[in-house]
Design a protein around this ligand. Structure first.
Ligand code: SAM
Length: 239
């Protein structure tokens, strides 16, 4: 029997019942074939991972009883991912990989050359939840609503540095090992790259560090994973 992990947006306390919604109850009994009393691991993004047991399940929902903690809460480093949404499947991929790679917040932004004008925040949030369930994480990064990049930068807290993946620097990848630790955000552009105005704005900001991600121009989804890996290895929790 595979280890089943479920995100439950509910306080987790030993001995307490927690409600399941209809799709969760269906997943446990209809897909994973759990029966009354079977064990499942649950987490809520705040209280670590717990073992729980299926008490009852029906079409409309069900109930689990929380037993004992199985893993402590582990939050990711203070790293945000800012990216311009691309095609649907590739945007889903970016959100899924950002959650797996340990981003603390995911922020889609509208840039001059952003392909899509809107996102389904609820769908993207569900992808982040699913990624945390799959990868054994106890934290789920919140996915923000789409916002314009220029407005985000205008209101930016200068205490958080931005690692700007700048395609114009494509060449030998810069090492991030000398950069200061602390709060950071990674910025990835859309298929069309950044506009001259966006480049000018980013270049003026003292908290922005432009970097190369190597000699080839990567698709935005590849670039997001590459930048997250570089940052995690040099400044994050891979050390
Ligand atoms: N249309 C752009 C061009 O031809 O130069 C390429 C944009 S690329 C598909 C999407 C995003 O990935 C870029 O805006 C940048 O953030 C990032 N990226 C891709 N390759 C990169 C590299 N070698 N160095 C830095 N950033 C890169």
């Amino acid at each position: 029997m595979p280890r089943i992990r479920l995100f439950i947006d509910h306080p987790l306390v030993a001995g307490q019942p927690v409600p399941l919604d209809g799709p969760q109850a269906h997943y446990l009994t209809g897909v994973m074939r759990l029966r009354q009393g079977d064990a499942v691991q649950v987490f809520n993004g705040r209280d670590g991972e717990w073992q729980a047991h299926l008490q009852e399940a029906g079409k409309r929902g069900g109930v689990l009883t929380v037993a004992a903690p199985t893993a402590p809460q582990q939050d990711p480093p203070d790293l945000w991912l800012i990216f311009a949404p691309i095609k649907k499947a590739r945007t889903d991929f970016i959100v899924e990989k950002a959650a797996e790679m340990g981003a603390a917040r995911i922020m889609p932004v509208q840039t001059r050359f952003t392909n899509s004008e809107r996102i389904r925040q609820d769908r993207l949030q569900a992808h982040a939840v699913e990624a945390a369930e799959q990868c054994g994480g106890t934290f789920v990064p919140p996915v923000a609503e789409l916002q314009p990049l220029s407005a985000l930068l205008d209101g930016w807290d200068a205490g958080r540095r931005i690692l700007w993946a700048d395609e114009s620097r494509a060449g030998p990848a810069e090492t991030l090992y000398g950069l200061p630790r602390g709060p950071w955000a990674i910025l990835i552009g859309p298929e069309g790259g950044f506009s001259p105005e966006e480049r000018a704005q980013l270049s003026r900001l003292p908290f922005v560090t432009p970097v190369s991600l190597g000699p080839r121009i990567l698709r935005a989804d590849t670039a997001a994973v590459a930048a997250l890996a570089l940052w995690q290895a040099a400044l994050g929790d891979w050390r």
